[in-house]
Design a protein around this ligand. Structure first.
Ligand SMILES: CC(C)(COP(=O)(O)OP(=O)(O)OC[C@H]1O[C@@H](n2cnc3c(N)ncnc32)[C@H](O)[C@@H]1OP(=O)(O)O)[C@@H](O)C(=O)NCCC(=O)NCCS
Length: 219
């Protein structure tokens, strides 16, 4: 896989990017392992980046197929405001109409999420009031270890430098060893870690969420 091309996101990529994001959302495996509604998950995970800040997204293509993406945000505070006031209310309504909140696994998941109060109400609040950036990255299984990830990151960092963003953050499940090695190889350091709970197969899974941070040096 030597012919991987990195380019800025285009509107035509939206459907493919949403699918790819859900294919890798559970530490590189499909979202259905942890959440039953793919469309709603795609809304939650990608809409801010594709519809409100699409210039900070880059994609990796191979033979005309999308094999990777990096969703960037250059202002965490703006992200927090858009998510809280626009996207969460509309997604809550959509989930309600689709009956997602009447499903046992969703209710279990919400109960699990509420146990993560410290991260949500302390760290996220702090993070959302910063004007630094963050990112999410995903590569298809077949295209991993072919440098698509590092090329996408390089494109995003160049863009962040142009805008004068000083730091980029990425949250990683501590069981996601590939992602941890990836971010460390690219100069990120773990700044904070938070105990978290998620529901997998009806059971609580305890893990640490690692906040990886890279300082961006201006040109
Ligand atoms: C993490 C991920 C983005 C890495 O992308 P990638 O294109 O495979 O990574 P690259 O080929 O650019 O690798 C760059 C370096 O990262 C490290 N690395 C990447 N994958 C690794 C793995 N599975 N194990 C150990 N080190 C790894 C290596 O140091 C590698 O350099 P090398 O190949 O010269 O040894 C990819 O595995 C992925 O999409 N995972 C699923 C989604 C995910 O977990 N996203 C992160 C959460 S935001």
């Amino acid at each position: 896989m030597n012919n991987i091309n990195i380019r800025p996101y285009k509107t035509e990529d939206r459907v493919h990017l949403r699918m790819l994001c859900c294919d890798v959302a559970d530490r590189g495996a499909p979202i259905e392992n942890i959440f039953p509604d793919r469309d709603l998950a795609a809304d939650l995970l990608t809409t801010y980046y594709t519809d409100y800040e699409s210039r900070s997204t880059f994609v990796a293509e191979c033979d005309g197929n999308l094999v990777g993406y990096i969703n960037g945000c250059m202002d965490n505070r703006r992200y927090g405001l858009v998510m809280f006031w626009l996207l969460y209310p509309s997604l809550f309504l959509k989930g309600f109409i689709r009956g997602v909140f009447f499903r046992r696994e969703t209710l279990q998941m919400i109960a699990g999420m509420l146990k993560n109060w410290r991260r949500i109400f302390v760290w996220r609040k702090k993070s959302f009031s910063s004007h630094q950036g963050h990112l999410h990255i995903g590569i298809t299984k077949d295209a991993r270890r072919h440098q698509a990830g590092q090329k996408l990151l390089k494109a995003l960092i160049e863009y962040a430098k142009e805008l004068g963003v000083g730091e980029l953050e990425a949250s990683v499940h501590d069981g996601n060893k590939a992602a941890g090695s990836f971010f460390e190889s690219q100069g990120f350091e773990v700044r904070e870690r938070y105990p978290m709970v998620m529901i997998r197969d009806g059971r609580e899974e305890y893990y640490n969420s690692l906040l990886y941070v890279k300082t961006i040096k201006a040109h």
